[in-house]
Design a protein around this ligand. Structure first.
Ligand SMILES: [Zn+2]
Length: 429
């Protein structure tokens, strides 16, 4: 199986099954309902886990919830509520909303607040190695002391803009590992450098190692996190002597009117809103239609189109098999094994639907969390009407036959005349 590595910028062959494949994905920072763009890494990683399992891999997916972050303190202060309370509320919204996608949950969903001792220990190691220094209660990563900095994102140290300007830093490129408590912050933890709380980047280094070990196969997340967040995670963990992620799989951004959807720009649509308006199936079909690595344009038109496709798939049993040759399951496997090409897989699903190959379509849909509803047996009443219609047709009473067909349809069933002269009854779902 091939997967694109955004660090080496080429497709990389994964080790053969059973692997293992251990995956860490950066989840949301929780301070309000997540937007539809935040749902993309969740959906992509849940699908990939499903596909790895289908292909015989032992897979473990860890997707964190960032519950300590500057944005949480700021939002809590604006709303005049406790930051821990806001983070807890917003984490529950995230779980409720993503649950509704019907894809299950990651194997572990750690929170930053659960790994404070691990974070403090990791920062201690970095200080010992000369890669970090304390400065009036803050601790910073010493970027110039780590020669590999920039290897993931391709950014050159001297080109980098200052990360969070502060006169406590030795170098403007240095970034915070630990931050002393500030006036507007209402939570803090003890550390050898005084009361404070961790920086965002070190949280992920600690959570990944706690649940996957010092080395794992794939690190995922949105492309907007590659720099500085992922570059910093990598520097911290490699700097502390861990091999860390072997491959970086970044998903492209969701765009609204060709502009990246982000809370700071204000052009956001919440997942909750999209679920309520279009339903989970339309959301999943919408995501399937874009390659995970590319940008994807969100619009009402795109969602309506996705909903139509979802409806067509759900009613695939209404299509009379054509007997036309179609590509088989192996073609589907090849598309997904080649860097998880879901648009190509979706094209195959359309082909199968058009040909009435419900068997293949069902198998594919199940993998993406879109099970076709079970096909009910027609009730006796419908069966009787169908027999009566056949009898009417046999004596060429077409008026009566049409009337009976309408009656069958009014009951939610379609009577289809088959090429061999018989008929079948299919439910409209
Ligand atoms: Zn992260």
């Amino acid at each position: 199986m091939l997967l694109y590595d955004s660090s080496t910028r080429q497709k990389v062959e994964l080790p053969p099954p059973p692997g293992p494949i251990r995956v860490y994905v950066c989840g949301p920072t929780v301070y309000q309902r997540i937007h539809i763009g935040n749902a993309r890494p969740f959906v992509v990683s849940m699908w990939m886990r499903q596909w790895f399992a289908e292909r015989g891999y032992e897979v473990k997916l860890v997707e964190n919830i960032t519950d300590i972050n500057d944005k949480i303190y700021e939002a809590a202060a604006r709303q005049k509520m406790g930051s821990a309370e806001l983070a807890e509320q917003a984490a529950q919204w995230y779980i409720d909303d993503t649950d509704e996608l019907g894809l299950g949950r990651p194997d572990v969903e750690p929170r930053a607040t659960e790994v404070i001792p691990e974070i403090v220990a990791l920062i201690g190691e970095l200080i010992e190695r000369g890669l970090a220094y304390e400065s009036r209660g803050d601790v910073y990563f010493r970027v110039p002391a780590y020669p590999g900095y920039g290897s993931l994102s391709g950014a050159q140290p001297d080109d980098m803009i200052a990360q969070e300007p502060s006169d406590l830093k030795e170098d403007p490129r240095d970034f915070a590992l630990w931050k002393a408590t500030k006036a507007h912050e209402d939570t803090e933890w003890d550390s050898p450098w005084g009361a404070g709380r961790p920086g965002w980047h070190i949280e992920c280094s600690a959570m990944a190692e706690k649940h996957l070990g010092p080395e794992f196969e794939i690190h995922g997340g949105g492309l907007d996190l590659r720099f500085p967040h992922h570059e910093n995670e990598l520097a911290q963990s490699r700097g502390a002597g861990r091999p860390f992620a072997r491959l970086w799989a970044h998903n492209g951004m969701l765009q609204l009117s060709e502009e990246k959807m982000s809370k700071s720009v204000g052009n956001i649509v919440s997942l909750r809103e999209v679920l309520d308006t279009y339903g989970r199936e339309a959301i999943l079909v919408f995501f399937l239609g874009g390659h995970y690595r590319g940008p994807l344009d969100y619009s009402d038109e795109a969602m309506k189109a996705a909903r139509t496709v979802a409806d067509d798939f759900r009613n695939a049993r209404l299509v009379i098999p054509t007997g036309a040759p179609v590509r088989d399951w192996d073609a589907f496997v090849s598309e997904l094994d080649d860097d998880f090409n879901t648009p190509a897989a979706l094209a195959l699903m359309h082909e199968w639907r058009a040909a009435g190959r419900v068997d293949l379509l069902m198998r594919a849909m199940l993998l993406f969390g879109l099970p076709l509803p079970l096909h009910p047996d027609a009730p006796q009443e419908v069966m009787d009407l169908a027999d009566a219609r056949s009898a009417a047709r046999a004596v060429r009473d077409f008026e009566e036959a049409d009337r009976l067909r309408a009656e069958i349809e009014a009951l939610g069933w379609e009577m289809q005349d088959m090429p061999d002269g018989g008929f079948r009854l299919v439910a409209r779902l």
